[in-house]
Design a protein around this ligand. Structure first.
Ligand SMILES: [Mn+2]
Length: 328
């Protein structure tokens, strides 16, 4: 099916229904929240009823996004009912919606909008484009399908998704198409320098405290092509840092000259570890993550292990070492 026909199918899903639940993934990032509110903006402009829900809270640094305060979470208030019409954005698989799935009605019909190459097309209608830098890039196309002009709210949302998923227009997914859309969003009222300052430059105290703790632990494989850091549940509780304060930490090992894969291990329980992997390009870290039931992109992926921290480090570093040997 051509991209235009997929867009039409997604548009028809929205046109033919009303009363939607819009959800993204657990521990939502910039693209997840941006895509959620951009979808809500579209539904709002079409006069549709909708609710937004997320398994986790909206990171405070994204609180400026239009209507982000209306995204319900377990702590701020639950939806009033289960929904038959669901739009899932930026979710690599069905389970990524986490606890939000409790609000899907039996036999709910799903519009699946995503850019993760590991997405298996779990929706009734799937609007998937793996070359897209961000789900927000796909939403740009979807909004245009309805011939709706962008305003500052929707432009800021789409721009934010692009900015965050391209690491500030720096990663290899920063295509000409991305810059073209970003340019249009600036014309429509997105504040480029303001968003860059807020999302790329500014650092919370929690973030700095976690950097202080994590950097002395920086470890390398013998050939120094794999570098990793870890943080414990105690680090978070003792510094008062939040989970969102760990964003970007994995880039420290990854950015070192000669390092092919950077890894961050985050202990989330005595036998549970969340792992983020970043590749310089040689190793497909999505494939490494899939060995542990995770997924993601070639250069940025993640997984969870039910193991003590030291055991998780050993297993993932070993798997990465093998992938690196195979890649040459
Ligand atoms: Mn994304």
């Amino acid at each position: 099916m051509t991209w235009d026909r997929r867009l039409t199918a997604a548009a028809n899903f929205i046109r033919g229904r009303d009363d939607f639940l819009v959800v993204s993934h657990v521990q939502p990032d910039g693209d997840a929240i941006s895509s959620t509110v951009a979808t809500a903006w579209l539904l709002d402009k079409l006069g549709k009823k909708y609710a937004m829900y997320n398994d986790g809270p909206v990171p405070s640094r994204l609180g400026y996004l239009w209507n982000s305060g209306a995204i319900a979470t377990a702590s701020t208030g639950l939806p009033q009912k289960a929904y038959r019409n669901v739009i899932m954005v930026d979710c690599a698989d069905f389970a990524r919606a986490g606890g939000a799935r409790d609000w899907f009605a039996e036999g709910a019909e799903i519009l699946n909008i995503d850019h993760h190459p590991t997405n298996d097309g779990f929706g009734l209608v799937n609007l998937l484009r793996f070359e897209a830098a961000a789900t927000a890039e796909i939403l740009f196309d979807l909004i245009r399908t309805f011939n709706l002009p962008f305003d500052a709210d929707s432009a800021t949302a789409v721009y934010t998704g692009l900015l965050t998923d391209t690491g500030g227009f720096r990663y290899s997914n920063t295509s000409a198409a991305v810059m073209n859309i970003a340019s249009r969003m600036l014309n429509a009222g997105a504040d480029g320098p303001g968003l860059a300052d807020r999302l790329l430059e500014r650092m919370t105290m929690g973030q700095m405290k976690m950097i202080q703790r994590a950097l002395p632990r920086l470890a390398f494989s013998d050939d120094q092509r794999i570098g990793w850091l870890w943080v414990t549940t105690d680090d978070l509780s003792e510094t008062g840092a939040k989970s969102e304060d760990l964003e970007g930490l994995v880039n420290y090992p990854r950015n070192i000259e000669g390092v092919e894969v950077g890894i961050l291990f985050k202990q989330i329980g005595s036998d549970a570890v969340k792992v983020s992997l970043r590749s310089a390009g040689l190793v497909d870290v999505a494939a490494v993550s899939q060995q542990f039931g995770g997924g993601g992109h070639v250069r940025a992926a993640g997984c969870r292990l039910s193991a003590p921290l030291e055991e998780a480090i050993r297993q993932v570093v070993d798997a990465t070492r093998k992938a690196l040997e195979e890649a040459g």
